[in-house]
Design a protein around this ligand. Structure first.
Ligand code: SF4
Length: 600
């Protein structure tokens, strides 16, 4: 094999499908910028998911990439040909009938194989001193497959895997099973990758890990984290823009740019969550730095749509950020993941700054389930967030975790009742519980009625049996009350389906399904139901004032103090009546008006 390596250290970083195609990889952008600042090297970043998106078609790519299993299934037969039937079965089982009619598994596998082969044949792989793969959700099998192809062409070039899907024991098991991988970056990428690059630059060596298993611990690199992430350079997305301009020259695409405010999660307690395994400490950038970074990205790439990559936005800094952004005369648009927020002023500010869609960690409409999940929120917080987002024109995309282990019949009943109160707001999506690797539930599984941790049946369809026992995965299955829970949650699935269908069928989606207009001394509430004409309710005088006062959750005591002379008994009767009509929601001592203030 002839080596074409130059005297400069050269690193190739690759992000495989099924990354969202109209976004550059923030991991690659950050690593390129950091490494080129810290050492004399050239970092080439590649986004072959663009080539795959072009080959299979944008619509097909979108459908596949939005499903956590379908994309992995398409690469399984390329890596393990005897898995083809099982992978096809999995592919069909996770897609709707309509999607299946557009997506033919065997044709897609052939097309992907050809596209990967075409892609790899034009890259001069032997010029690199190191080739890295960034692996997040849905990228494991595609990266393993491509790493194997790379090794066939450039067997002397070491390969490093890193990313959220390679953390801890998962990374170690990948290293053990796949000879193509020479190094694993366990945790934050910047400093670990820098240390690998520096050590290879000083003493280039052939990867020899397999011949010397005792050295395998040296192949797992975990260094300190960056203490102050304000010091990081801005991500460098230029190669992505060059690729997208070449590949989609006839269909101009304006990408959405990822923005990273923080690393980790300031809450970091949810019992089902394993999203923060790769971070040791929670860190965030300050608002001023974020404003400058945004301005740089807007100017450099001429894009105005952003998606925050944070697991949950840091509140105070985000307030300061949107205060500045909302004063600028630019029409920016953002997506973010947040925890429940029920301060109207805060949501109003975020909306003014351009936040248009949020994924809120709602997770449940049962208080005892929220406690088991350690969410630190209650149902009324969740409902207030849904209402106030609707009022401020922010679309809420949230999940309701179903089939949570140890769910009781009472918790199902509570969920079903509370679903009636959220009917007017944008519907949630049911997401069946899975046992996240290293999540608090995984670590204390006995407390949740789980007897044994098992390989997920979908994973078994992707990997041959020899991998089942020792290869670790982010998603696990378990033995416990799964069958019981599946049965128990059926009425909830049905009610959510009705909720979704109600919103799909509504004629005037601009108008909230439950709204009020204020007449000064009275107010009129308009309430839509799935069947029949909308109901109208008129509240006068004190009733109106109490309803407006409960715009955000208030205790009964707050109301009595605010309305001197109001008798507790009359208040209880009023609240009970409005809750019965699903116009207010009560949780113990706290009360919330549900109608959205709308002026037309
Ligand atoms: S689910 Fe969200 S809020 Fe909860 S710990 Fe995980 S990242 Fe944090």
């Amino acid at each position: 094999m002839t080596s074409n390596r130059s005297s400069h250290f050269r690193l190739a970083l690759i992000s495989m499908p099924w990354s969202i195609f109209n976004r550059p990889s923030i991991q690659l952008g950050c690593l390129k910028a950091f490494l080129e600042k810290e050492m004399r090297c050239q970092v080439d970043t590649f986004h072959p998911y663009l080539n795959i998106a072009e080959a299979v078609g944008i619509d097909a790519y979108r459908r596949i990439s939005s499903n956590s299993w379908a994309g992995e299934a398409l690469f399984s037969p390329l890596l393990f040909p005897p898995q083809q039937d099982k992978a096809r079965e999995l592919f069909s089982s996770v897609l709707s009938k309509k999607e299946q009619s557009h997506l033919h598994f065997d044709n897609l596998v052939d097309l992907i194989e050809k596209t990967c082969s075409d892609w790899i044949n034009v890259i001069e792989l032997n010029q690199y001193d190191l080739i890295g793969f960034s692996i997040c959700f849905n990228q494991l099998l595609p990266s393993l497959y491509m790493a194997k192809q790379v090794k066939m062409i450039a067997e002397e070039v070491p390969i490093v895997f890193g990313g959220s899907s390679c953390t801890g024991r998962i990374g170690r098991s990948l290293l053990h099973h796949f000879p193509e991988i020479d190094y694993i970056v366990d945790g934050e990428g910047e400093k670990s990758l820098l240390s690998i690059c520096r050590s290879l630059k000083e003493s280039p060596q052939k990867p020899g890990r397999q011949e010397n298993p005792a050295k395998s611990h040296e192949s797992i690199i975990r260094t300190d984290e960056i203490v102050d992430i304000n010091e990081l350079p801005y991500p460098d997305y230029r190669p992505y823009f060059n690729e997208i301009a070449q590949i989609f020259s006839k269909v101009p695409i304006i990408p959405t740019l990822p923005l990273e405010f923080s690393r980790g999660c300031w809450w970091n307690k949810c019992s089902f969550c394993n999203l923060n395994l790769q971070w040791k400490k929670y860190r965030m950038k300050n608002a001023g730095r974020m404003v400058q970074e945004t301005a740089h990205l807007v100017q450099q790439y001429k894009c105005i749509n952003f998606t925050f990559t944070d697991n949950t936005l840091p509140l105070k800094e985000t307030d300061d950020y949107f205060k500045i952004i909302s004063r600028q005369q630019i029409d920016l648009n953002y997506f973010a993941e947040i925890r429940a927020i029920h301060q109207p002023e805060r949501l109003k500010l975020y909306r003014r700054g351009g936040l248009s869609t949020v994924q809120v960690g709602i997770e449940s409409l049962s208080n005892s389930l929220l406690q088991k999940m350690a969410k630190g929120t209650t149902v009324i917080d969740n409902i207030a967030t849904m209402k106030l987002c609707a009022e401020n024109g922010i679309l809420v995309e949230g999940n309701l975790i179903t089939e949570f282990p140890t769910t009781t019949n009472e918790e199902i009943e509570e969920t079903l009742t509370n679903l009636e109160f959220v009917l007017p707001y944008h519907p949630l999506t049911p997401a069946a519980f899975f046992l996240g690797h290293e999540s608090p539930i995984h670590k204390n599984y006995g407390k949740f009625g789980i007897n044994a941790i098992l390989v997920h049946y979908k994973t078994k369809k992707l990997f041959p049996q020899r991998y089942h026992k020792s290869l670790k995965h982010l998603v696990n299955s378990y033995r416990g009350d799964r069958t019981l829970q599946h049965r128990r949650w059926k009425p909830v699935y049905q009610k959510i389906a009705q909720w979704q269908s109600f919103h799909k069928m509504r004629k005037n989606k601009e108008k909230p399904a439950l709204q009020y207009r204020d007449g000064g001394t009275f107010l009129i509430i308009r309430q839509e139901y799935p069947t029949g004409l909308p109901l109208q309710h008129r509240l006068k005088g004190l009733s109106r004032r109490i309803y407006i006062f409960c715009h955000t959750p208030k205790t009964m005591n707050d109301i009595l103090i605010n309305f001197k002379g109001l008798k507790e008994e009359s208040l209880v009767t009023f609240i009970t009546e409005l809750c019965r009509k699903r116009l207010m929601f009560q949780e113990n001592d706290r009360v919330l008006s549900l109608a959205v203030h709308h002026t037309t």
